[in-house]
Design a protein around this ligand. Structure first.
Ligand code: AMO
Length: 425
């Protein structure tokens, strides 16, 4: 019996259509010419399908887009146990240039610059695409946990009138003749919105004019931010961080195909994530410094793994001199702060903490740092109007994904990286 297919069938759905004539659409992933028979491998959003073709046929360039009508038959040797035979092939768009490298090879046979230069095509490689599918799942997990805890999603400006984190790595631009900056974080806005919603989160781009080329810094990255009111101190924020990370990991766990393809190992998120005060970390490292070097972060991460079997470690209490002016000091030890970083597999993944919440504390903090109040006028109005004790955190999405999939360079976890040298594609 011949069916007249009206609807597109996806590659992954073929096993349910054995004996039927179906319509399949996608990209020419690969052409395999064997002695007696040839195969056209078609790729769509669900996976790959094998089409049996017999001469004479036109050789189509890989990545051409086709629509195929043919009979689905069972073949244990074919991927997914099915193949399509007797096809009619309609070319929707012919690829006029070959891909930069063979997209059908199981591993990516190209260097990082080649991959990035040709991103629109390279990203079609199932392995390169997989990390970004996991990123999408991670963000969905982030949203789901916070929505479950009564947080409201916000969207705030990315062009701002003053630096939020530090003046050093801020991009300036001309805003109709006035100086302006690309937002380094949604920090001020998320705090302002605690005064409105109590609990808010945002996912969006932020900008850092990082003057160095490192494997863990981008000039634009995706910041997953949360902020909430009526906390006791930073420990309440850390409890929320733990819930968010657990939700993100389990959301990613619902993409086993991509995890398997990348041989990515999901971390276990301990009920109680171990924590170490900065002062104790320094003692353990045998150092006397106000910041952690990347090598220190790796060493401390290893220690948490050995001591607690945890791939996550909170470092709390960072010295105030290294934290932004909005940071709440540690009661009784004002040289330290009620803030934290979360290390994941040797790298800083999250920064967060308790913020100042009284107007006069902001005034004092800014003048202590020799900063004028003027550029912060609209931010300070928030606190003049009354704000609860509050805090929050920010997670760098690309760092999370890079650690998860074991990418040694953050650029492999970024669709179109922006850095010192790269502005296209
Ligand atoms: P911080 O500046 O530490 O904190 O940034 C938060 C997290 O963002 C990631 N990150 C980066 N990822 C890629 N490239 C970069 N150049 C880069 N810089 C930072 C890291 C880091 O932990 N407002 C505070 C957060 C808060 O307290 O809520 C902030 O922006 O994963």
């Amino acid at each position: 019996m011949i069916h007249h297919p009206q609807h597109r069938v996806l590659a992954a759905e073929l096993p349910g259509h054995i004996g039927e004539t179906v319509r399949l659409s996608g990209w020419v992933h690969r052409i395999r010419e064997l002695k007696s028979v040839s195969f056209l491998i078609i790729r769509d959003r669900s996976g790959l399908a094998q089409i049996v073709i017999t001469p004479p046929y036109d050789i189509l360039g890989e990545e051409s887009v086709v629509r195929i009508e043919g009979l689905v038959i069972a073949n244990p040797q074919a991927p997914g146990g099915v193949e399509v035979t007797g096809p009619t092939i309609e070319v929707l768009s012919e690829a006029v240039e070959p891909p930069p490298f063979d997209l059908y090879r199981p591993t990516v046979p190209a260097t990082l610059p080649t991959i990035l230069d040709h991103a629109p095509t390279s990203l079609r490689h199932p392995r390169l695409k997989a990390g970004h599918a996991l990123a999408a799942a991670a963000v969905a997990g982030f949203r789901q946990v916070l929505q479950g805890h009564g947080f409201t999603e916000i969207h705030t400006p990315k062009v701002v009138e003053s630096a939020t984190e530090s003046g050093a790595n801020v991009f300036s631009l001309d805003w109709f003749g006035r100086p302006a900056y690309l937002a380094q974080s949604p920090q001020f806005f998320k705090q302002m919105m605690v005064g409105v919603f109590e609990r808010v989160y945002e996912t969006g781009p932020v900008f850092r004019a990082e003057p160095h080329n490192t494997a863990r810094h981008l000039a634009q990255y995706t910041s997953l931010d949360a902020e909430f009111g009526f906390i006791r101190d930073h420990q309440d924020v850390m409890i929320m961080v733990r819930a968010v990370i657990a939700g993100m990991v389990s959301a990613v766990g619902r993409r086993p195909a991509e995890l398997d393809l990348l041989e990515a190992r999901l971390p276990e998120v301990p009920e109680e994530v171990p924590q170490l005060h900065f002062a104790d970390a320094m003692r353990w490292l045998g150092k006397d410094d106000v910041d952690l070097a990347p090598a220190d972060e790796r060493a401390l991460s290893r220690w948490a793994q050995e001591e607690y079997g945890s791939e996550f470690l909170f470092i709390t209490g960072y010295p105030m001199v290294k934290r932004p002016f909005y940071t709440h000091p540690e009661p009784g030890r004002p040289e330290y702060s009620n803030s934290f970083d979360l290390l994941f597999r040797g790298l800083e993944l999250i920064t967060g903490g308790q913020r100042l919440h009284r107007y006069r504390d902001y005034r004092d903090a800014l003048s202590l740092r020799g900063e004028p109040l003027e550029p912060y006028a609209s931010y300070l109005a928030t606190f003049a109007a009354g704000m609860p004790p509050h805090g929050g955190f920010a997670l760098g999405l690309e760092r999370f994904v890079a650690r998860l999939i074991g990418a040694d360079n953050i650029r492999l976890a970024t669709l179109f990286p922006r850095d010192l040298h790269r502005l296209a594609p």
